[in-house]
Design a protein around this ligand. Structure first.
Ligand code: ADP
Length: 246
């Protein structure tokens, strides 16, 4: 939601408060397989966002009555640590965290061969350690890597990115200040091989033409993130190969 402005967010040369041009992503760092005690894991830094994802499964469903006879039950918990935002956040799950858990799960499900594992559950735990805007997309990008790391058969990875409107300009991958003080934010999740959009939300107001431009801009962002995901996944296996050689 727009709030009181602190300063101009985009200068006369189209440069943003963090020095980026309008169509640039924040720097992204991805790591796969960093937790010993989860079946799969991944870590993402996107700008100042720091997010850790752990996956368990496919495993037995508890309580049993939740089991689905013809597919795996996908469960997701998106959680923000109390120290992840400027003012201490209550550790209890908020309405927003419940919503994000649901939309993240629904964005990932089409990429997973859930029919291969009837009566089991696949559980995703997303811990936002530091938040700076666009955490649902960064969480999705890391979550699909953690699922792949757990060896869960997937149609493809899911890449996610937001685009938005800031002081009348369309911009890629908004940071927290741009998200809060800007006019609109539109997160998108995209499955490359299916060319399918599995998450599309919008906060704020734009024209129909701007909406189409923002969707395309966000998908372009996903297209830049996807090769970084593949690199991160490969890097884990290169490291394992080196270890085996020694
Ligand atoms: P997303 O993180 O996917 O952009 P929102 O648009 O709901 O989701 O949130 C935007 C940003 O607002 C978050 O990334 C985070 O930096 C900040 N934020 C979210 N919840 C809180 C909170 N409880 N207190 C302070 N800042 C928050």
């Amino acid at each position: 939601m727009p709030k009181k402005k602190t300063k101009k967010l985009i200068d006369k040369n189209g440069v943003r408060i963090d020095g980026r041009e309008l169509n640039k992503l924040r720097p992204i760092k991805l790591e796969v397989g960093i937790l010993d005690n989860a079946d799969g894991s991944a870590y993402i830094e996107q700008g100042k966002n720091k997010i850790l994802v752990g996956v368990y499964g496919p495993k037995e469903v508890h309580p049993k009555h939740l089991a689905i006879s013809d597919r795996a039950l996908l469960r997701c918990r998106y959680h923000m640590a109390p120290f992840s935002v400027q003012e201490r956040k209550s550790p209890a799950p908020s309405r927003r965290e419940r919503e994000l858990s649901k939309v993240i799960k629904e964005a990932l499900q089409p990429a997973i061969f859930v029919k291969y594992y009837p009566r089991t559950s696949i559980e995703l735990f997303i811990e936002v350690l530091q938040a700076d805007g666009g955490t649902r997309c960064a969480s999705l990008t890391a979550a699909s890597l953690a699922l792949a790391d757990a060896g869960i058969p997937m149609r493809d990875l899911v890449a996610a990115c937001a685009a938005g409107k800031v002081e009348g300009h369309l911009a890629l991958d908004l940071n927290d200040t741009e998200d809060k003080e800007g006019e609109a934010d539109l997160p998108v999740a995209w499955i490359p091989t299916l060319n399918a959009v599995t998450l599309l939300q919008m906060d704020g107001k734009v024209t129909l033409e701007e909406f189409e431009q923002l969707v395309n801009m966000a998908i372009e962002g996903c297209k830049q993130i996807y090769p970084l995901q593949k690199e991160a996944l490969k890097a884990k296996y290169i490291a394992v190969k080196e270890e085996v050689k020694e």
